[in-house]
Design a protein around this ligand. Structure first.
Ligand SMILES: NC(=O)c1ccc[n+]([C@@H]2O[C@H](COP(=O)([O-])OP(=O)(O)OC[C@H]3O[C@@H](n4cnc5c(N)ncnc54)[C@H](OP(=O)(O)O)[C@@H]3O)[C@@H](O)[C@H]2O)c1
Length: 426
């Protein structure tokens, strides 16, 4: 893969204080006008969806389908699922599509004349560079989203970020890129979208704490042996219907650890001021407490299409086709602290985020590899956190790493994990 397209970013020479935060309302208002200029109301916002065949990608297309007067899909990408990508391209008529797995690119032939077809991971980058998108949704799962997300920012595009792993691995670099280019970075994940919405019209200096809510996953009240948990049990989430990786991460609560690190980068707030609340009803999507003691929360139905709708329409707040929350029908809203003993991945994620440097990338890589090993029944459910702890313990942290260093550490951590899984196997 061509890595030189994304420069190794070190000391960009911009002081944070010279720049408004990417969510800052004044800046957003300006950028909103800029988007408006590039996209007068008669024209539709031009959208690229990276990972359009996944859970978030498909839901983003549902929103676009329902609000087609406002949006035009100009690019779609997938990895293997050429059949669905082709169907989506036939329905939405993008200018270009890309399939990361080159082997099947020829299967995309037969699309309407003029549609550009790109192949391979570098093909995704070419697609990003070649299309005049107003907004690129980053919905690829895992580490694979990092370079495309960086490329999108680097090409001066506004990004709607669903993928959290890229922020965990290289949050500082992505934020620097967004700052430098003046791009919007709009969260798509429900928790970060909630915080983003609560922050509108406020200054980060006036924030005391942020509260990220978590459903608690399928094992919140689990009394049995964690060693006997099966992949099937861990993939059946009580509230959200999601892709397999994020479902498993929600069962180990590694997902919430990833989100804490992501939140600290996105909103440039210390980890100590981000607290997790177990909220089994998944109605309050997250909260912000201000210095005067007021707490603002965003509530809504448990449906990813709502934050996707918000991100696509931002800075407008438009009516949606989605059902509204019936507050009077809610039984109760409860909040409790998470159990760090039962869910050690959470503790390890905080540790990785606090130490910073390359440690979050190690946490992320081992979580992804160990999760895969668990799903193929090679290790137990508690084995995931044990592997994270072991590999984190063997890593010599590099402070302020550049992109190349992060990618090297990521490879090292994956290799180490596979080696340890192999020993458990044998
Ligand atoms: N699902 C949710 O409700 C939800 C909510 C909040 C945040 N998120 C975050 O959003 C991201 C996507 O989650 P998801 O649940 O939608 O995942 P998913 O259902 O597994 O979909 C992943 C997408 O990424 C593509 N992809 C996978 N590997 C790739 C690679 N190496 N190169 C290029 N494309 C690749 C897949 O293509 P193929 O289909 O061809 O394999 C698919 O389009 C994750 O970071 C997750 O944490 C998800």
């Amino acid at each position: 893969m061509k890595r030189e397209v994304v420069p190794c970013l070190r000391a960009p020479g911009i002081r944070k204080t010279e720049l408004a935060h990417p969510w800052h309302s004044a800046r957003l208002a300006n950028l909103g006008q800029e988007i408006g200029r590039g996209c007068p109301s008669k024209l539709r916002k031009r959208i690229v969806i990276l990972g359009s065949t996944g859970s978030v990608g498909k839901q983003a297309l549902e929103v676009v389908r329902a609000e087609s007067q406002y949006f035009e899909v100009i690019g779609l990408t997938a990895k293997d699922n050429w059949r669905l990508l082709k169907q989506q391209a036939q329905e939405f008529s993008p200018s270009a599509v890309a399939l990361a797995n080159k082997k099947n690119v020829s299967k995309l032939e037969g699309l309407r004349r003029g549609v550009k077809i790109f192949g391979g991971e570098e093909g995704i980058l070419e697609l990003i560079e070649s299309l005049p998108a107003d907004l690129i949704l980053s919905c690829i799962v895992g580490k694979a989203a990092l370079i495309p997300t960086m490329k999108a920012l680097n090409s001066g595009r506004n990004v709607g970020l669903a993928n959290k792993e890229s922020m965990v691995m290289a949050g500082r670099l992505l934020m620097e890129e967004a700052h430098q280019r003046g791009n919007l970075l709009i969260p798509v994940d429900s928790e970060q979208s909630a915080i983003f919405q609560c922050l509108q019209g406020h200054r980060i200096e006036d924030v005391r704490r942020m509260y990220l809510t978590a459903s608690g996953g399928p094992f919140r009240d689990w009394q049995g042996d964690f060693g006997k948990i099966t992949p099937e049990q861990s993939l059946s989430h009580p509230r959200w219907d999601m892709g397999p990786k994020v479902s498993l991460d929600s069962a180990t609560l590694a997902n919430k650890a990833l989100e804490v690190i992501e939140t600290s980068h996105l909103f440039e707030i210390e980890l100590d001021r981000i607290e997790i609340l177990i909220h089994p009803q998944s109605i309050v999507h997250s909260l912000v407490e201000f210095v005067d003691g007021s707490i603002l929360a965003q509530l809504g139905i448990t449906d990813m299409r709502l934050p996707i709708h918000y991100a696509l329409n931002f800075p407008e707040r438009r009516a949606s086709h989605l059902p509204h929350l019936g507050l009077s029908q809610l039984d109760r809203l409860s909040f409790e602290s998470p159990d760090y003993e039962k869910f050690p991945a959470l503790r390890l994620g905080y540790r990785a985020g606090k130490e910073g440097g390359t440690l979050p990338a190690v946490f992320n890589a081992v979580d992804e590899e160990a999760g895969r090993a668990f799903l193929s029944r090679r290790i137990t459910f508690p084995g995931i956190a044990r592997l994270i702890e072991r590999v984190m313990g063997q890593h010599r942290v590099i402070a302020n790493p550049c992109l190349e260093e992060i990618l090297e550490v990521d490879e090292w951590a994956r290799e180490k994990t596979r080696e340890l899984v192999g020993k458990i196997d044998s």
